[in-house]
Design a protein around this ligand. Sequence first.
Ligand code: PGA
Length: 246
Amino acid sequence: MRIYRAKDYEEMSRRAAGIVSAQIIMKPDCVLGLATGSTPVGLYKQLIEWYRNGDLDFSGVRTVNLDEYKGISRENDQSYYYFMHQNLFDHVNIPAENTHLPDGMEPDSEKECGRYEELIRSMGSVDLQLLGIGHNGHIGFNEPSDVFDKQVHCVNLTQSTIEANKRFFASAEDVPKQAYTMGIQTIMRSKKILIMANGEGKADIIRDSFFGPITPKVPASVLQLHNDVTLVADEAALSKIPVSFV
Ligand code: PGA
């Protein structure tokens, strides 16, 4: 694993955007696995800026997102569909048909999970998968569990995730209780993984994920088994890792 230490959120975002942009330049028809949340917002802003300057072309890029809440529509401003359009897709020249997310309005979980897993497979490997990390170590919505769920599946969100996400909703009751997410194997099939973290609040989980035992109780710890992972984090998020790695 490579670790890039950034001094703050801006530098983390720029460095991570540099890696995504290198991927697009090297392979203009690449498949990007995308993530939502507050962590990658600055990265998307930077990509938009480079696109506007004429340095990036998204016309051949294809994307698959990690996850989507179940039971909320695309028009809902808390849907990940809405987030991706607001934060990236509406500002660059990516063809709408090249962008993919799970369909949160499909009530039949088995049907939707099968469709999304098949879609990802049909696109070939994800060239670069972007990840954030939850305070409990979740990647996508793979919550701590007794097993690693392999493929796209429907999850019941944990109380800690509902608590963390309620800031975006009127109340905790309004946070959806389920989501569709890529599974651990779906994520691990990606050729390269770029994981980002910032802030002191992520320091414990970054240490536990990358320097602790590999266990489904800390889903991100499975990334220790992937051979091309880059962690881009700010100093605060890296403040608890062993000194020799800094
Ligand atoms: P955050 O979420 O970027 O808003 O901290 C990360 C995650 O839950 O994956």
